[in-house]
Design a binder for this molecule. Structure first.
Ligand code: MN
Ligand code: MN
Length: 392
């Protein structure tokens, strides 16, 4: 296929401003207004590509007493094979019940306060309180719970290292016990069958989320849970709200969290990115994994270059999800008037990227000039040390 020439781009630009682009038929106006780069694509966009935009705001909410959840998985978002996401709210006292699953769970606290519990591979207890901008990570098969605290519970984002993960398929303590014969459960715990009647009164598919009393002091819970064999030495939580930026420029800052500074997180790496209005997360790619994105705040647009003359631009707002297959070039630009905050998530033990700037500035200059036809002065002006966010 022939690449787009300058003439084609001029033709497209002309068509975008004449009768060719008029739109007399029906529109979902709200959706159209939040996707201006889909409706009127940059003239450099070209070709058919898989959709890499989704949104929690279009996902079903499972609402129960104590909170709610919604998810974006490969079922509804086919490009997203490596990672699935869940967004959850718990009231003060609301519990996401004791459970585990066959995927590792990474979390970002979006608002409020929560208490998390887990046991490590030696059975030792970890109980911690987390707040906005803190993280946690529970490896595959690690049992855990989450409970909202005062004053108004919490909301958080969960990221799983498997696009097929579903919140509807986790091992709940109430579901498992409810489906074990009472005489077996009684024998298993060495207690009377009559003492276990309450277990068989829970809903057939378990509690999942339910309202309970707000827990007491953290110290009391830590003490009580670690009485028999002591507390876990594993840090399942990470206080990102206290972390200094890994990289900072005039137009933004980036925090990188992976197994190098958060050792338990061996299968999920993250970059938390803040771009000021007008700033740009520079053109780059990731050598080691697909990128799953979650937009926390602001308005951004991303162009993903799919090779072979294919490129597509999409808009992202708070609550949206983006996806970039491994090694495909992309940028994210703040096109709003407030900070753009988003997550770059990878099914990997470490964050890894290369940028277009560092490529051209660490290659023999003549070679680059022969490819791009730019002047030596222009090449000299390109940042030499990957700034991540431009302008520097
Ligand atoms: Mn979980
Ligand atoms: Mn990226």
């Amino acid at each position: 296929m022939e690449a787009q020439g300058a003439q084609d781009i001029q033709k497209i630009e002309k068509a975008q401003h004449d009768k060719s682009a008029t739109d007399p038929g029906p529109e979902n106006q709200a959706l159209k207004d939040s996707n201006p780069n889909t409706f009127m694509p940059p003239s450099t966009d070209h070709g058919e590509v898989q959709t890499f935009w989704s949104s929690f705001s279009a996902a079903h909410r499972r609402i129960q007493e104590g909170g709610w959840s919604r998810q974006v998985t490969v079922e509804d978002f086919p490009i997203s094979k490596d990672i699935a996401g869940v967004n959850m709210r718990l009231t003060a006292g609301g519990i996401r019940e004791l459970h585990w699953h066959n995927a590792a769970e990474w979390a970002l606290m979006l608002s409020g306060n929560a208490r998390i519990t887990a046991i490590d591979n030696e059975g030792k207890s970890a109980v911690r309180d987390v707040t906005k901008d803190d993280l946690w990570f529970f490896p595959t098969g690690t049992p855990h719970s989450i409970q909202g605290l005062e004053p108004d519970g919490c909301e958080f984002l969960l990221v799983f290292d498997d696009g097929k993960f579903s919140e509807a398929n986790t091992t709940l303590i109430s579901d498992w016990t409810r489906h074990t014969p009472p005489e077996v459960l009684a024998k298993n715990w060495g207690v009377a069958e009559s003492a276990l009647e309450s277990i068989y009164k829970v809903p057939p598919d378990g509690h999942y989320i339910f309202q309970a009393a707000v827990p007491g002091s953290l110290q009391d819970d830590i003490q009580a849970a670690s009485e028999s064999i002591g507390p876990s030495s594993v840090a399942f939580d990470f206080a990102m709200h206290k972390m200094p930026a890994s990289r900072k420029t005039q137009y933004g800052e980036v925090r990188i969290i992976d197994s190098r500074n958060f050792p338990v997180s061996t299968t999920i790496a993250a970059a938390h990115v803040i771009v000021k209005p007008g700033g740009l997360r520079e053109l780059h790619w990731h050598q080691n994994a697909d990128e799953w994105q979650y937009y926390v705040a602001g308005k951004g647009r991303m162009t993903v270059f799919f090779n072979g003359a294919k490129a597509r631009t999409a808009d992202f707002n708070a609550g949206d999800v983006g996806y970039v297959p491994k090694t495909l070039g992309h940028y994210v630009e703040n096109v709003g008037d407030s900070d753009l905050i988003f997550l770059e998530m990878f099914k990997a033990d470490r964050f890894m990227d290369l940028s277009l700037s560092e490529w051209v500035s660490n290659t023999p200059p003549e070679l680059v000039i022969q490819h791009l036809g730019i002047s030596r002065e222009t090449l000299q002006a390109i940042p030499k040390k990957k700034p991540l966010i431009m302008p520097q």
